[in-house]
Design a binder for this molecule. Structure first.
Ligand code: GLU
Length: 394
Protein backbone atom coordinates (compact mmCIF):
# COMPACT_ATOMS: atom_id res chain seq x y z
CA UNK A 1 0.00 0.00 0.00
CA UNK A 2 1.24 3.47 -0.80
CA UNK A 3 0.71 5.95 2.02
CA UNK A 4 1.15 9.69 1.74
CA UNK A 5 4.67 11.04 2.15
CA UNK A 6 3.63 13.11 5.18
CA UNK A 7 3.34 9.93 7.23
CA UNK A 8 6.98 9.02 6.61
CA UNK A 9 7.90 11.84 8.98
CA UNK A 10 5.19 11.49 11.62
CA UNK A 11 5.58 8.95 14.43
CA UNK A 12 2.62 7.58 16.41
CA UNK A 13 2.20 8.99 19.93
CA UNK A 14 4.71 7.18 22.16
CA UNK A 15 2.73 7.86 25.31
CA UNK A 16 -0.34 6.20 23.84
CA UNK A 17 1.83 3.37 22.48
CA UNK A 18 3.12 2.63 26.01
CA UNK A 19 -0.45 2.62 27.33
CA UNK A 20 -1.37 0.09 24.63
CA UNK A 21 1.70 -2.09 25.29
CA UNK A 22 0.80 -2.21 29.01
CA UNK A 23 -2.83 -3.06 28.20
CA UNK A 24 -1.73 -5.83 25.79
CA UNK A 25 0.49 -7.41 28.44
CA UNK A 26 -2.32 -7.23 31.00
CA UNK A 27 -4.68 -8.89 28.53
CA UNK A 28 -2.19 -11.76 28.38
CA UNK A 29 -2.46 -12.13 32.16
CA UNK A 30 0.69 -10.23 33.20
CA UNK A 31 0.59 -7.81 36.11
CA UNK A 32 1.75 -4.38 34.93
CA UNK A 33 2.15 -1.20 36.95
CA UNK A 34 1.55 1.60 34.53
CA UNK A 35 3.59 4.77 35.01
CA UNK A 36 3.15 5.36 31.26
CA UNK A 37 0.52 7.82 30.08
CA UNK A 38 -0.29 10.97 31.98
CA UNK A 39 -3.82 10.01 32.83
CA UNK A 40 -5.45 10.92 36.16
CA UNK A 41 -6.73 7.78 37.88
CA UNK A 42 -9.51 9.72 39.65
CA UNK A 43 -13.06 9.36 38.42
CA UNK A 44 -14.47 12.45 36.71
CA UNK A 45 -16.19 14.44 39.52
CA UNK A 46 -19.86 13.47 39.88
CA UNK A 47 -21.35 16.92 39.16
CA UNK A 48 -19.62 16.93 35.76
CA UNK A 49 -20.95 13.48 34.89
CA UNK A 50 -24.44 14.51 36.04
CA UNK A 51 -24.37 17.62 33.83
CA UNK A 52 -23.49 15.54 30.76
CA UNK A 53 -26.23 13.03 31.60
CA UNK A 54 -28.75 15.85 32.03
CA UNK A 55 -27.70 17.24 28.63
CA UNK A 56 -28.32 13.84 27.05
CA UNK A 57 -31.72 13.62 28.77
CA UNK A 58 -32.60 17.08 27.42
CA UNK A 59 -31.80 15.85 23.92
CA UNK A 60 -28.58 17.83 23.46
CA UNK A 61 -27.44 15.30 20.90
CA UNK A 62 -27.34 17.30 17.68
CA UNK A 63 -24.98 19.66 15.88
CA UNK A 64 -24.03 22.77 17.74
CA UNK A 65 -21.89 25.88 17.22
CA UNK A 66 -18.59 25.16 15.42
CA UNK A 67 -16.48 27.25 17.80
CA UNK A 68 -17.96 25.48 20.81
CA UNK A 69 -20.95 25.94 23.10
CA UNK A 70 -21.39 29.73 23.53
CA UNK A 71 -21.82 29.46 27.34
CA UNK A 72 -18.65 27.37 27.55
CA UNK A 73 -16.64 29.84 25.44
CA UNK A 74 -17.91 32.65 27.66
CA UNK A 75 -17.03 30.79 30.89
CA UNK A 76 -13.57 29.97 29.52
CA UNK A 77 -13.02 33.60 28.49
CA UNK A 78 -13.91 34.73 32.02
CA UNK A 79 -11.64 32.14 33.66
CA UNK A 80 -8.74 32.87 31.30
CA UNK A 81 -9.16 36.63 31.85
CA UNK A 82 -8.42 36.02 35.53
CA UNK A 83 -5.06 34.48 34.57
CA UNK A 84 -3.90 37.54 32.71
CA UNK A 85 -3.57 41.26 32.25
CA UNK A 86 -6.15 41.67 29.48
CA UNK A 87 -9.90 40.94 29.50
CA UNK A 88 -10.89 38.23 27.03
CA UNK A 89 -14.16 37.58 25.25
CA UNK A 90 -15.89 34.50 23.90
CA UNK A 91 -14.54 35.44 20.46
CA UNK A 92 -11.02 34.76 21.80
CA UNK A 93 -11.87 31.12 22.51
CA UNK A 94 -12.40 27.98 20.43
CA UNK A 95 -13.41 24.70 22.10
CA UNK A 96 -11.75 21.65 20.55
CA UNK A 97 -11.54 17.86 20.92
CA UNK A 98 -8.84 17.93 23.58
CA UNK A 99 -5.83 20.19 23.77
CA UNK A 100 -4.17 18.15 21.02
CA UNK A 101 -6.61 19.37 18.34
CA UNK A 102 -6.20 22.94 19.57
CA UNK A 103 -2.42 22.73 19.08
CA UNK A 104 -2.72 21.09 15.68
CA UNK A 105 -5.21 23.69 14.43
CA UNK A 106 -2.98 26.53 15.62
CA UNK A 107 -0.01 25.01 13.77
CA UNK A 108 -2.07 24.37 10.63
CA UNK A 109 -3.39 27.91 10.75
CA UNK A 110 0.02 29.56 11.15
CA UNK A 111 2.62 27.42 9.36
CA UNK A 112 3.46 27.26 5.69
CA UNK A 113 5.48 24.37 4.26
CA UNK A 114 9.01 24.45 5.67
CA UNK A 115 8.33 27.06 8.39
CA UNK A 116 10.32 26.45 11.56
CA UNK A 117 9.02 26.05 15.10
CA UNK A 118 11.37 26.33 18.08
CA UNK A 119 10.76 23.72 20.77
CA UNK A 120 12.66 23.87 24.07
CA UNK A 121 13.41 20.21 24.80
CA UNK A 122 12.69 17.85 26.51
CA UNK A 123 9.19 18.48 25.23
CA UNK A 124 5.90 16.66 24.97
CA UNK A 125 5.99 13.83 22.41
CA UNK A 126 3.30 15.31 20.19
CA UNK A 127 4.81 18.77 19.62
CA UNK A 128 7.42 17.79 16.98
CA UNK A 129 5.07 15.34 15.27
CA UNK A 130 2.24 17.85 15.04
CA UNK A 131 4.62 20.47 13.65
CA UNK A 132 5.64 17.98 10.92
CA UNK A 133 2.02 17.07 10.27
CA UNK A 134 1.35 20.76 9.64
CA UNK A 135 4.24 20.89 7.13
CA UNK A 136 6.62 22.67 9.51
CA UNK A 137 10.09 21.83 10.73
CA UNK A 138 10.62 21.33 14.47
CA UNK A 139 13.85 22.89 15.75
CA UNK A 140 14.76 21.47 19.15
CA UNK A 141 16.49 23.68 21.72
CA UNK A 142 18.01 21.32 24.30
CA UNK A 143 17.75 22.47 27.93
CA UNK A 144 19.63 21.00 30.86
CA UNK A 145 18.58 19.51 34.19
CA UNK A 146 21.37 21.53 35.85
CA UNK A 147 19.77 24.71 34.50
CA UNK A 148 16.32 23.67 35.74
CA UNK A 149 15.34 22.87 32.13
CA UNK A 150 14.97 26.61 31.44
CA UNK A 151 15.37 27.70 27.80
CA UNK A 152 18.57 29.58 27.10
CA UNK A 153 17.86 32.94 25.46
CA UNK A 154 21.14 33.17 23.58
CA UNK A 155 20.63 29.69 22.16
CA UNK A 156 17.06 30.65 21.24
CA UNK A 157 18.15 33.82 19.42
CA UNK A 158 20.91 31.89 17.63
CA UNK A 159 18.35 29.36 16.35
CA UNK A 160 16.15 32.05 14.74
CA UNK A 161 16.13 32.07 10.93
CA UNK A 162 13.93 33.91 8.40
CA UNK A 163 11.73 30.75 8.41
CA UNK A 164 11.09 30.78 12.19
CA UNK A 165 7.39 31.35 12.79
CA UNK A 166 6.60 29.98 16.23
CA UNK A 167 7.93 28.98 19.64
CA UNK A 168 6.04 26.34 21.64
CA UNK A 169 6.40 26.38 25.42
CA UNK A 170 4.78 24.21 28.08
CA UNK A 171 4.91 25.32 31.71
CA UNK A 172 4.72 23.32 33.95
CA UNK A 173 6.39 20.98 31.52
CA UNK A 174 5.45 17.53 30.42
CA UNK A 175 7.82 15.64 30.95
CA UNK A 176 10.17 17.58 33.27
CA UNK A 177 7.71 19.44 35.52
CA UNK A 178 9.79 22.60 35.08
CA UNK A 179 8.05 25.94 35.52
CA UNK A 180 9.18 28.69 33.15
CA UNK A 181 10.88 31.48 35.10
CA UNK A 182 8.96 34.77 35.14
CA UNK A 183 11.73 36.72 33.43
CA UNK A 184 11.45 34.35 30.45
CA UNK A 185 7.86 35.35 29.78
CA UNK A 186 8.96 38.97 29.36
CA UNK A 187 11.85 37.86 27.17
CA UNK A 188 9.61 35.65 25.01
CA UNK A 189 7.13 38.48 24.49
CA UNK A 190 9.98 40.76 23.46
CA UNK A 191 11.47 38.20 21.02
CA UNK A 192 8.03 37.46 19.56
CA UNK A 193 7.46 41.14 18.89
CA UNK A 194 10.95 41.80 17.49
CA UNK A 195 10.83 38.83 15.10
CA UNK A 196 7.08 38.68 14.46
CA UNK A 197 6.73 35.17 15.89
CA UNK A 198 3.78 33.51 17.60
CA UNK A 199 4.29 31.87 20.97
CA UNK A 200 2.06 28.88 21.68
CA UNK A 201 1.80 28.28 25.41
CA UNK A 202 0.46 24.87 26.41
CA UNK A 203 -0.96 25.45 29.91
CA UNK A 204 -2.44 22.00 30.48
CA UNK A 205 -0.68 21.58 33.84
CA UNK A 206 -1.01 25.13 35.18
CA UNK A 207 -3.04 24.01 38.22
CA UNK A 208 -0.57 21.31 39.23
CA UNK A 209 2.24 23.02 41.16
CA UNK A 210 3.93 22.03 44.41
CA UNK A 211 5.99 23.25 47.36
CA UNK A 212 4.34 26.68 47.29
CA UNK A 213 5.42 27.33 43.70
CA UNK A 214 3.17 29.18 41.25
CA UNK A 215 3.25 28.97 37.46
CA UNK A 216 2.52 32.16 35.52
CA UNK A 217 0.31 31.98 32.48
CA UNK A 218 1.51 33.52 29.23
CA UNK A 219 -1.70 35.55 29.55
CA UNK A 220 -0.01 37.49 32.36
CA UNK A 221 1.84 39.18 29.42
CA UNK A 222 -1.12 39.12 26.99
CA UNK A 223 -0.86 42.87 26.36
CA UNK A 224 2.82 42.59 25.43
CA UNK A 225 2.24 39.58 23.16
CA UNK A 226 -0.76 41.15 21.39
CA UNK A 227 -1.91 38.89 18.54
CA UNK A 228 1.29 36.82 18.78
CA UNK A 229 0.01 34.44 21.46
CA UNK A 230 -2.00 31.22 21.54
CA UNK A 231 -2.79 29.65 24.91
CA UNK A 232 -3.94 26.04 24.91
CA UNK A 233 -5.59 24.16 27.75
CA UNK A 234 -7.43 20.95 28.43
CA UNK A 235 -10.13 19.58 30.69
CA UNK A 236 -8.43 16.16 30.57
CA UNK A 237 -5.88 16.67 33.32
CA UNK A 238 -7.50 19.41 35.40
CA UNK A 239 -10.81 17.62 35.87
CA UNK A 240 -9.83 13.98 35.21
CA UNK A 241 -11.71 14.03 31.89
CA UNK A 242 -9.24 12.42 29.48
CA UNK A 243 -11.83 10.35 27.64
CA UNK A 244 -14.25 13.26 27.21
CA UNK A 245 -11.90 14.94 24.70
CA UNK A 246 -12.54 18.60 25.48
CA UNK A 247 -9.83 21.22 25.24
CA UNK A 248 -9.54 24.78 24.00
CA UNK A 249 -7.37 27.51 22.58
CA UNK A 250 -7.42 31.19 23.34
CA UNK A 251 -6.05 33.63 20.76
CA UNK A 252 -6.73 36.70 18.67
CA UNK A 253 -10.26 36.38 17.18
CA UNK A 254 -8.82 36.22 13.63
CA UNK A 255 -6.74 33.18 14.52
CA UNK A 256 -9.69 31.68 16.41
CA UNK A 257 -11.78 32.03 13.24
CA UNK A 258 -9.10 30.24 11.20
CA UNK A 259 -9.06 27.42 13.74
CA UNK A 260 -12.87 27.21 13.62
CA UNK A 261 -12.64 26.87 9.82
CA UNK A 262 -10.23 23.95 10.25
CA UNK A 263 -12.45 22.37 12.90
CA UNK A 264 -15.50 22.76 10.64
CA UNK A 265 -13.75 20.54 8.08
CA UNK A 266 -12.58 18.06 10.69
CA UNK A 267 -14.58 17.10 13.78
CA UNK A 268 -17.23 19.87 13.35
CA UNK A 269 -17.09 20.52 17.12
CA UNK A 270 -16.44 18.49 20.28
CA UNK A 271 -19.28 16.23 21.43
CA UNK A 272 -22.08 18.47 22.64
CA UNK A 273 -22.95 16.71 25.90
CA UNK A 274 -19.23 16.47 26.75
CA UNK A 275 -19.11 20.27 26.42
CA UNK A 276 -21.98 20.53 28.91
CA UNK A 277 -19.89 18.45 31.29
CA UNK A 278 -16.95 20.80 30.72
CA UNK A 279 -19.19 23.80 31.49
CA UNK A 280 -20.20 22.18 34.79
CA UNK A 281 -16.50 21.61 35.53
CA UNK A 282 -15.86 25.35 35.26
CA UNK A 283 -18.98 26.44 37.12
CA UNK A 284 -19.04 23.76 39.80
CA UNK A 285 -17.32 23.56 43.17
CA UNK A 286 -13.52 23.70 43.16
CA UNK A 287 -13.11 21.07 45.90
CA UNK A 288 -12.57 18.16 43.51
CA UNK A 289 -9.62 19.90 41.84
CA UNK A 290 -8.17 20.93 45.21
CA UNK A 291 -8.45 17.33 46.48
CA UNK A 292 -6.76 15.92 43.37
CA UNK A 293 -3.95 18.48 43.55
CA UNK A 294 -3.25 17.72 47.19
CA UNK A 295 -3.22 13.98 46.44
CA UNK A 296 -0.73 14.58 43.59
CA UNK A 297 1.44 16.52 46.04
CA UNK A 298 1.46 13.53 48.41
CA UNK A 299 2.19 11.11 45.56
CA UNK A 300 5.02 13.33 44.37
CA UNK A 301 6.64 13.17 47.80
CA UNK A 302 6.14 9.42 47.94
CA UNK A 303 7.54 8.67 44.47
CA UNK A 304 10.57 10.89 45.17
CA UNK A 305 11.21 8.99 48.41
CA UNK A 306 10.72 5.60 46.79
CA UNK A 307 12.78 6.30 43.66
CA UNK A 308 15.62 7.80 45.69
CA UNK A 309 16.49 4.25 46.73
CA UNK A 310 16.62 2.87 43.18
CA UNK A 311 20.25 2.47 42.13
CA UNK A 312 21.21 4.49 39.06
CA UNK A 313 18.06 6.68 38.95
CA UNK A 314 18.74 10.37 39.62
CA UNK A 315 15.46 12.16 40.34
CA UNK A 316 15.28 15.96 40.55
CA UNK A 317 12.06 17.11 42.32
CA UNK A 318 9.64 18.37 39.64
CA UNK A 319 8.01 21.75 40.36
CA UNK A 320 4.75 20.96 38.62
CA UNK A 321 2.66 18.60 36.43
CA UNK A 322 2.57 14.95 37.58
CA UNK A 323 5.68 13.42 36.09
CA UNK A 324 9.07 12.37 37.35
CA UNK A 325 11.85 12.54 34.74
CA UNK A 326 14.86 10.79 36.24
CA UNK A 327 18.28 10.66 34.63
CA UNK A 328 18.84 6.91 34.18
CA UNK A 329 22.23 6.85 32.46
CA UNK A 330 23.82 5.10 35.41
CA UNK A 331 21.04 2.50 35.54
CA UNK A 332 21.50 1.92 31.79
CA UNK A 333 25.21 1.29 32.33
CA UNK A 334 24.57 -1.10 35.25
CA UNK A 335 21.99 -3.14 33.39
CA UNK A 336 23.69 -3.14 30.00
CA UNK A 337 20.98 -1.17 28.21
CA UNK A 338 22.20 0.65 25.11
CA UNK A 339 19.71 3.49 25.52
CA UNK A 340 16.65 4.68 27.43
CA UNK A 341 14.30 2.96 24.95
CA UNK A 342 15.88 -0.42 25.77
CA UNK A 343 15.67 0.32 29.49
CA UNK A 344 11.97 1.19 29.15
CA UNK A 345 11.30 -1.95 27.12
CA UNK A 346 13.10 -4.22 29.56
CA UNK A 347 11.35 -2.63 32.54
CA UNK A 348 8.05 -3.46 30.89
CA UNK A 349 8.93 -7.01 29.84
CA UNK A 350 11.10 -8.10 32.74
CA UNK A 351 9.78 -6.03 35.67
CA UNK A 352 6.18 -5.44 34.62
CA UNK A 353 6.51 -1.64 34.92
CA UNK A 354 5.52 0.72 32.11
CA UNK A 355 7.46 3.98 31.73
CA UNK A 356 8.01 6.18 28.67
CA UNK A 357 11.52 6.44 27.22
CA UNK A 358 13.00 9.93 27.58
CA UNK A 359 14.12 9.99 23.95
CA UNK A 360 10.43 10.13 22.96
CA UNK A 361 10.48 13.60 24.60
CA UNK A 362 13.85 14.52 23.05
CA UNK A 363 15.35 13.86 26.48
CA UNK A 364 17.65 10.87 25.97
CA UNK A 365 19.17 9.20 29.03
CA UNK A 366 15.92 9.70 30.97
CA UNK A 367 12.60 7.95 31.44
CA UNK A 368 9.27 9.49 32.38
CA UNK A 369 7.10 8.13 35.19
CA UNK A 370 3.58 9.46 35.60
CA UNK A 371 2.54 9.60 39.24
CA UNK A 372 -1.13 10.01 38.42
CA UNK A 373 -1.49 6.50 39.87
CA UNK A 374 -2.36 5.31 43.37
CA UNK A 375 0.10 5.37 46.28
CA UNK A 376 0.02 1.55 46.42
CA UNK A 377 1.01 1.36 42.76
CA UNK A 378 3.80 3.88 43.34
CA UNK A 379 5.21 1.74 46.18
CA UNK A 380 4.84 -1.52 44.27
CA UNK A 381 6.16 -0.08 40.97
CA UNK A 382 9.21 1.53 42.57
CA UNK A 383 9.86 -1.77 44.38
CA UNK A 384 9.77 -3.67 41.09
CA UNK A 385 12.16 -1.19 39.44
CA UNK A 386 14.54 -1.39 42.43
CA UNK A 387 14.60 -5.20 42.36
CA UNK A 388 15.04 -5.31 38.59
CA UNK A 389 17.95 -2.86 38.52
CA UNK A 390 19.67 -4.77 41.33
CA UNK A 391 19.16 -8.17 39.71
CA UNK A 392 19.82 -7.13 36.09
CA UNK A 393 22.89 -5.23 37.23
CA UNK A 394 24.58 -8.20 38.87
N1 GLU B 1 -0.59 13.94 27.45
C1 GLU B 1 -0.50 12.72 28.18
C2 GLU B 1 0.91 12.18 28.23
O1 GLU B 1 1.84 12.87 27.89
C3 GLU B 1 -1.53 11.72 27.69
C4 GLU B 1 -1.22 10.98 26.44
C5 GLU B 1 -0.93 11.88 25.28
O2 GLU B 1 -1.86 12.40 24.68
O3 GLU B 1 0.26 12.09 25.05
O4 GLU B 1 1.09 11.08 28.64
Amino acid sequence: MRLARRLAHVAPSSTLAVKQAAADLRARGRSVIDFGPGEPDFPTPAHIVEAAKAALDRGETHYSAGAGLPELRQALAEGLSRRGDTPLEASNVVVTCGGKSAILYALLALLDEGDEVLLPAPCWVSFPEQVRLAGGRPVLLPTLAEGGFQPDLEQLEAALTPRTRMIVVNSPSNPTGAILEDRLWDALAEVALRHDLTVLSDETYLDFVYDGRAAASALSRAAAFGHRLVVVGSFSKTYAMTGWRVGYACADPRLVQAMVTLQSQDTTHPTLFAQHGALAALQGPGEALAAMTSEYAARRRLILEEMATVPGFRCAPPDGAFYLFPDVREAMARTGCADDAELALRLLREAGVAVVAGSAFAGPGHVRLSYAVSRDEIRAGAGRIRTWVREAGQ
